[in-house]
Design a protein around this ligand. Sequence first.
Ligand code: GRF
Length: 178
Amino acid sequence: MPERSRVAVLISGRGSNMAALIYASRADDCPYEVRLVTGDNPDAPGLGLAKAEGVPVVRLATPTPKTKDHYLRDLHVLLEKEAIDLITLAGFMRIIPEDFLSRWEGRIVNIHPSLLPKHKGLRTHEACLAADEKVSGATVHLVTPELDSGDILAQVEVAVLPGDTAETLAERVLIAEH
Ligand code: GRF
């Protein structure tokens, strides 16, 4: 079997998308392995889950405006040290600056809970309902300096149901994200 791509997953919170990536990687024919889980919140619940699943976890301190450059340097060193091929942002709630992105161009993807290019940014489900959409969904896209605007790699549609709230829609879209 060819060597698997070495994936790092960056999270900020719960980490259910991260968990889906880890579990999928256990299939014999999965083309990647999760070699590192880290993020911007050392107390993110997802980090404990990754550790319990035997995936290496690094708890980086939450960056402040003062420590941001240092944080990004540490993150880059860590990714290089682990010989990471691909970065996945899975509920990583931080904008990554252009100079960092340029070093990972074409090798960093994000999971976004809407059918991009519709409803970029935060509060996507509210925006989808306010626009009276009949369909929402999940998108995996390349990360570029412009928010939620890189090339779309994959999308899954999710029907909007009568009576949906942002919460009920988010729950079903999350299943599609996984
Ligand atoms: C997901 O809906 C993701 O698309 C969004 O934040 C949520 C994170 O969920 N950016 P989880 O941490 O993967 O459970």
